[in-house]
Design a binder for this molecule. Sequence first.
Ligand code: NAD
Ligand code: TYD
Length: 351
Amino acid sequence: MQTILVTGGAGFIGSNFVRYMLETHNDVRIVNLDALTYAGNLENLRDVENDPRYVFVKGDVRDKATVDAVFGDYAVDTVVHFAAESHVDRSITNPEIFLTTNILGTGVLLDSAKRHWNLRPDDKYCRDYRDGVRYLQVSTDEVYGALGKTGMFTEKTPLSPNSPYSASKTSADLLVRAYGETYGLPVNITRCSNNYGPYQFPEKLIPLMIRNCLTDTPLPVYGDGMQIRDWLHVHDHCAAIDTVLRKGAVGEVYNIGGNNEKANIEIIRLILKATGKDESLIRHVQDRPGHDRRYAIDNTKITTELGWSPDYTFERGMAETVQWYLNNQSWVERVVSGEYQNYYKKMYGNI
Ligand code: NAD
Ligand code: TYD
């Protein structure tokens, strides 16, 4: 049986990944290590919490003792590292926690993996590891910076992050690379485009706009709304990570994306239509500082070398997602209570 340490498994993508793995494979055990920040919610995993193959540990990836104990107690042989501060706007107002969680947290995990998996951990020249171990870093296309009107990010595109969030994710990627090069740790990095789907915290574009439509609240569009993102349903992201775990070559980076570029304003109009609201809700607000204009992923490597391709069309994914938020309004209202209300007021004032 494979034991996968999933960090950040109570967040948006992490909780979808835990569910996906338990549904797809019988012979896995999942240890979910999550600090339960504002973005982590155990309610996201209520349906699997009694599965004997699933364990939750509340803890911080920056805490060496906790991470070491998890490796020791559960004989972890695979790490999928999702835990992060993940919201660009928050990184602009409070960069510090992005540096500690995203960079130092990754360093703690890598070091613990090396010490627990290396066959002779006291020998700095030893590059031999237990059979079948793998560390997978869940990264983002934002490490590549912004594109103009044409071109796509390949795995060879130079790293050029523009926000404190993407700079912290880039730093973490470089640490992963260093552990692969220096110590021979079997690592992979996946760099995915923007995700959408169930359980996404409603500070991100799609769930925020759906919630605002459902509550007749103005829709804050940054600048002209013509920024482009390359959207992928979270289920397809989970399947891609599973594919890299099973078939990825050691040390390789894989971009993940579904060739689905959309301008923000197009998505907002689609959500208005799907919820039966009209465009009078749209408010153009001041643009995000350093706002990346366009992202687009070239997914040739993962599709041709590993045989992954997305299942969801954007139309089906968005229809299901709007419906999920409609059916789960009480989930939304519970996760946005408290701290989120203060954040929203600070961010958008009284638009
Ligand atoms: P999220 O903000 O929804 O969830 C993050 C999770 O990490 C939460 O459960 C939170 O409690 C946990 N966490 C935060 N700090 C922690 C700490 N110090 N120790 C332990 N747990 C901690 O994020 P998400 O959108 O699910 O993103 C998950 C990962 O995927 C991130 O690494 C992000 O950079 C990456 N990613 C996200 C997207 C996207 O569109 N959301 C796209 C590409 C890559
Ligand atoms: P977001 O969901 O924060 O993801 P990221 O910044 O990581 O791509 O934002 C997606 C796009 O939507 C981005 O171009 C910023 C824009 N946006 C708005 O126009 N208004 C909003 O209120 C939010 C949250 C995002």
